[in-house]
Design a binder for this molecule. Structure first.
Ligand SMILES: NC(=O)c1ccc[n+]([C@@H]2O[C@H](COP(=O)([O-])OP(=O)(O)OC[C@H]3O[C@@H](n4cnc5c(N)ncnc54)[C@H](OP(=O)(O)O)[C@@H]3O)[C@@H](O)[C@H]2O)c1
Length: 239
């Protein structure tokens, strides 16, 4: 169903973004991945190329906080693959600290990446999606946008704002056959926020989130699951 479609996944070098890139490429899409650090990006590219071949994979170093980077990344994608059909805004950071201890720079990094970065990519991608007569924008938010918790004010606020942004944009562009969906995972087993693995077998796998994205883009054009919550079915009991 998405064979030959073109997808760009921000933060596609590891974790959830790489799993999404893998899933979309596995469905026949041509996939571009972006991130800020080249080493992981190259490793991810090599993994994808080994799975689906070099003709369907592109890596672009781009910081979503910089509008020029995002524009250039999209230009590279369109130059290589001829257009854009699916934008997955996955790049995100988590800096978990009490408000009184949070550095100003940490606050700005969080908001600039998780919220402004999504605005940048959507703004720059919309002309390309319109040129194709429609497409998908899928924003990877978090359940913490709906259920804030202590020592995570910046992160929770960035994701709550992203939920509102997604909903508003969805209403803005759906008549143009551009479908906007917001995916809100609970805890996922990745190295997010410098987390070490171990003792987290109960968490979602990145592939679980990727499956949501893969399923979303397979929906018939008359329908739009615009918000999806996905959580671990068996988290540890509290107390
Ligand atoms: N893991 C969880 O429990 C969980 C739960 C709910 C939602 N989420 C959301 O899922 C998304 C992915 O999380 P993850 O767990 O897969 O994290 P991750 O393993 O840390 O991966 C984050 C990705 O984003 C990229 N990135 C970070 N800052 C960027 C920037 N300024 N510009 C471009 N790329 C950037 C990273 O590459 P570079 O560092 O090289 O830039 C990396 O590819 C995030 O939006 C996160 O908020 C995660």
């Amino acid at each position: 169903m998405i064979t030959g479609k073109v997808a760009m996944v921000t933060g596609g070098s590891r974790g959830i973004g790489l799993a999404i890139a893998r899933a979309l490429a596995g469905q026949g899409a041509r996939v571009a991945i972006t991130a800020t650090s080249d080493d992981r990006l190259k490793q991810a590219e090599a993994e994808l190329v080994a799975a689906v071949g070099s003709a369907a994979v592109l890596r672009v170093r781009a910081d979503v906080r910089r509008y020029g980077d995002v524009e250039q990344a999209l230009a590279a994608v369109v130059g290589r693959f001829g257009g854009l059909d699916i934008l997955v805004n996955n790049a995100g950071v988590g800096i978990f600290r009490p408000v009184a201890e949070m550095a100003l720079e940490e606050w700005h990094t969080t908001i600039d990446t998780n919220l402004t970065g999504v605005f940048h990519a959507c703004r720059a991608a919309l002309p390309h999606l319109r040129a194709r007569g429609g497409g998908w924008i899928i924003n990877i938010s978090s359940l913490s946008g709906k259920h804030p918790f202590a020592d995570a004010a910046a992160y929770c606020a960035s994701k709550a704002a992203l939920n509102a942004f997604s909903d508003a944009l969805m209403q803005e562009v759906r008549q143009e056959n551009i479908r906007v969906a917001c995916v809100m995972p609970g805890s996922v087993r990745t190295g997010f926020s410098g987390r070490a693995s171990g003792g987290d077998e109960w968490k979602l796998s990145p592939d679980d989130v990727a499956q949501v994205v893969r399923d979303l883009v397979a929906y018939p054009s008359r329908s739009l699951p615009s918000a999806v919550e996905i959580r671990s079915s068996r988290p540890p009991r509290k107390g």
